[in-house]
Design a protein around this ligand. Structure first.
Ligand SMILES: CC(C)(COP(=O)(O)OP(=O)(O)OC[C@H]1O[C@@H](n2cnc3c(N)ncnc32)[C@H](O)[C@@H]1OP(=O)(O)O)[C@@H](O)C(=O)NCCC(=O)NCCS
Length: 321
């Protein structure tokens, strides 16, 4: 590893440990990405920075299309610093300027359905102004709940039954998953595609076919009113590296029917899951939520989750400033 890269990662690691112990150690990405040279030397008042750009294309009809653009350009960004906020901001600013120049030469960044995005530690406020200056928007949060964190002890609503879902529940699971997509599409990063219902049906079919689907339904008067889907550590490896807390689980989907919201159904579902996760030795549970979702953002905070990473993005990718 070149010395400048090692120095930046070491310094960024020290900073991460200081500002948020739930962040993982920064490291080299599994591959060099598209190979763009994104290295910023230190200068007076500016920390050195390194970045790797990854290009992805999501296939038409893939379930991931609900949660991101068809052409995605992701930057893994690290800035060295002695803790002085201007130095971090200036290093990130210059790294983003170089990334922007790189993206400007990529024809696919012009496509309407493209995005430039990066995850930045939510508590590293030193980078926020640089991200805003480049036109990036803080649309999504990865929130974390350390095990054992107390949750409100409200009694479960009367007449509410929570039960594990089984293969006969595909329609109910699909309908409530569609409810999340319909609701979240208002907040910038989620899109409702014409094929969404079919894709979600197939995904529900696959999940419910597992011996342990980790999916629960809430019912009242024989009617399904809420859904919670989670992934235990053995299925959450795709996101576990986002935190230092291992093993990590993932809370994938949560929805309550509109006419049943605000009556404690969500709290009852999540409380049941947390009991299970805490008992099975999970250290941290992660989830995504839209920063601007006025129902879920305060709800997750009340359930013991707090921001870990913020995903900043802009669409189309070429419109980055
Ligand atoms: C987020 C969500 C799952 C929460 O479920 P819920 O059953 O409404 O949750 P609860 O009733 O347990 O708690 C909701 C809180 O909002 C309050 N509230 C009051 N009126 C409300 C209303 N009309 N709608 C929603 N919440 C309301 C509740 O009183 C409660 O607050 P409190 O604990 O301070 O009293 C639900 O709002 C929802 O399905 N939203 C749309 C889809 C979504 O955002 N999914 C999450 C994606 S990450």
């Amino acid at each position: 590893m070149p010395a400048v890269v090692a120095d930046v990662l070491r310094s960024a690691g020290e900073r991460r440990r200081r500002i948020d112990p739930l962040l993982p150690e920064p490291g080299l990405p599994a591959d060099a990405g598209c190979g763009a040279e994104l290295t910023v030397p230190a200068a007076p008042g500016r920390g050195a920075a390194v970045g790797w750009c990854h290009h992805y294309r999501i296939e038409p009809g893939a379930p991931e299309l609900a949660w991101g653009a068809a052409s995605q350009f992701w930057l893994a960004a690290h800035v060295a610093g002695d803790g002085s906020e201007p130095g971090i901001g200036a290093g990130l600013d210059e790294l983003l300027a170089r990334w922007r120049a790189h993206l400007a030469a990529e024809p696919a960044t012009e496509a309407e359905d493209s995005q430039a995005a990066l995850r930045w530690p939510s508590r590293d406020i030193a980078g926020v102004r640089a991200l805003l200056r480049h036109g990036l928007q803080p649309l999504t949060v990865i929130a974390a709940r350390p095990a054992g964190r107390a949750v409100p002890g409200a009694p479960a609503p009367r007449g509410l039954v929570i039960r594990p879902a089984d293969p006969g529940d595909i329609a109910a699971v699909t309908a409530l998953t569609m409810e999340v997509i319909r609701f979240d599409q208002h907040f910038g990063s989620v899109r409702l595609h014409p094929h969404a219902e079919q894709t979600e049906w197939e995904a529900a079919e696959q999940t419910l076919d597992r011996p342990e689907p980790w999916t629960w339904l809430a019912e009242r008067d024989g009617r399904t009113v809420g859904l919670l889907m989670a992934q235990p550590p053995e299925r959450a490896a795709w996101i576990a590296a986002a935190t230092s807390g291992q093993p990590a689980a993932y809370l994938a989907t949560m929805a309550v029917r509109p006419d049943e919201r605000g009556s404690g159904v969500g709290t009852a579902l999540v409380t049941g899951l947390h009991r299970e996760l805490d008992a099975t030795g999970v250290t941290v549970t992660l989830l995504h939520h839209a920063q601007l979702n006025p129902l879920s953002a305060p709800f997750w905070s009340r359930m013991g989750y707090r921001p870990l990473w913020t995903t900043w993005e802009i669409r189309p990718a070429r419109t980055m400033r």
